[in-house]
Ligand binder design. Structure first.
Ligand code: CMC
Length: 381
């Protein structure tokens, strides 16, 4: 039996949600190129597209906006619980735990038909940004304000994060585009985790909680936080070259670079690079963009490495004034769209996901009573 470590090159599902062309560097959501969606669409429109398979007409989009707006508030008990959690808790832990807790307050918690799952997905898409923004307020002793029903996802997140200060248009537009770019990416690790959980006929909240846990790791969504940590450590443009060369000499991984599927540039990075440069120019602080561009150039020259979605998103969020440990949660509040689409697709034609392992351990061992094991262990050592 051939073993594909990390399930590399294994096709584990049929899906009509998203195509990642790793050779050409194309990303397609339900037939639409990500470049087109990034330029012309909105996050809410993309949510509709992913869940329902086509772009919405005006009434459909209005209805989704209304439903999201009506569901952004968190159950009071969840906010109360969050106030009791240790202030140093990592935002991804908080998001994972609060998301799991929401199922106990969800009227459809134990329903698993498509309509109930779409309602749950809508609530989660509305509530997750509120959790992340509220946590930053709670841990820093800032006021928690009620969401406004007419805000978009991006506007609501920024408004709640800044305790009721209306965000400016450029910040909303930039975050909205970042949410579009992160919304879906085929069978990545967190989406696969979501499908595995959904495939047991568990519930939407369990599947999303599993996905959040998988996204948290630095090889996946956690990479964007590591990128800004690195840039802050590098400090100045002049330090980039010695820092990166030393990293390579020490055989350390460069966060925000490399990809399992893309063999060329990640198409999402193109938009985030542009955004990083524009936000830097607007704030008269181009240093983060310039340092990033130099890191990118060195990674290409020295190791032929291309940057991925997590690299320039770091300087984008930094320029938007977002605390660095919220970067991965922002990935999650976008990717809920894709996770939910995959959970719905998995359940529409479910088959338990249960691969096999090639056993490499021992066989035919005889059970040894506990009073005889010491000899056995010392003999083995
Ligand atoms: N820095 C340095 N070397 C790298 C990197 C990197 N970021 N990525 C790959 N390589 C090298 C790696 O050392 C290996 O070289 P060798 O064959 O000489 O040992 C070769 O390229 C293949 O790498 P791999 O780690 O075996 O490839 P993979 O498909 O298992 O891993 C990856 C993909 C994304 C985990 C990896 O590229 C990585 O760790 N990148 C840094 C973390 C990161 O940016 N993650 C975000 C991924 S994209 C968005 C997301 O999912 O959130």
């Amino acid at each position: 039996m051939a073993v594909n470590r990390g399930l590399e090159d294994v096709i584990a599902a049929e899906s009509s949600i998203c195509k990642v062309d790793g050779e050409k560097g194309h990303l397609i959501y339900r037939g639409y190129d990500i470049d087109d969606l990034a330029e012309h669409s909105t996050y809410e429109e993309v949510v509709y597209l992913l869940w329902f398979g086509r772009l919405p007409v005006k009434e459909e989009l209005d209805k989704l906006h209304k439903e999201l707006g009506a569901n952004r508030k968190l159950p009071e008990d969840v906010v109360k619980a969050m106030r009791m959690w240790p202030k140093e808790s990592v935002p991804m832990e908080v998001l994972r735990t609060a998301t799991s807790m929401l199922s106990m307050y969800d009227p459809d918690a134990n329903e698993n038909d498509r309509a109930a799952n779409v309602r749950k997905a809508t609530r989660l898409t509305a509530q997750m940004p509120t959790i992340v923004a509220y946590w930053d307020c709670i841990r820093n002793g800032r006021e928690v304000v009620d969401p406004k029903p007419n805000h978009s996802t991006a506007a609501s997140f920024l408004y709640l994060l800044h305790s009721g200060k209306e965000p400016d248009e450029v910040a909303v537009k930039s975050l909205d585009m970042a949410l579009i770019l992160h919304a879906e990416h085929e069978l990545n690790a967190s989406t696969f985790a979501a499908r595995v959980a959904a495939g047991t006929l568990s519930d939407m909240h369990s599947a999303v909680t599993a996905a959040i846990g998988a996204l948290k790791g630095p090889l996946h969504g956690g990479a964007n936080q590591e990128v800004i940590k690195m840039l802050l450590e590098i400090k100045e443009l002049n330090n980039v070259e010695p820092y990166i060369k030393k990293m390579f000499a020490d055989r350390k991984k460069l966060m925000g670079f490399g990809h399992r599927v893309y063999k060329v540039q990640d198409p999402r990075a193109f938009h985030l690079r542009k955004m990083s440069e524009a936000l830097g120019k607007r704030a008269n602080e181009t240093k983060w963009y310039e340092m990033s561009a130099r890191v990118e150039q060195l990674a290409k020259e020295e190791k032929k490495l291309n940057c991925n979605v997590d690299f320039y998103s770091a300087s984008v969020y930094h320029m938007l004034g977002i605390p660095s440990d919220l970067f991965t949660p922002i990935f999650a509040i976008s990717r809920i769209a894709g996770w939910a689409a995959h959970i719905l697709e998995q359940l529409s034609d479910n088959r338990l996901i249960r691969p096999e392992a090639e056993y490499t351990g021992e066989i035919n061992l005889k059970y040894v009573p506990i009073d005889k094991r010491e000899e056995l262990v010392s003999a083995k050592n």
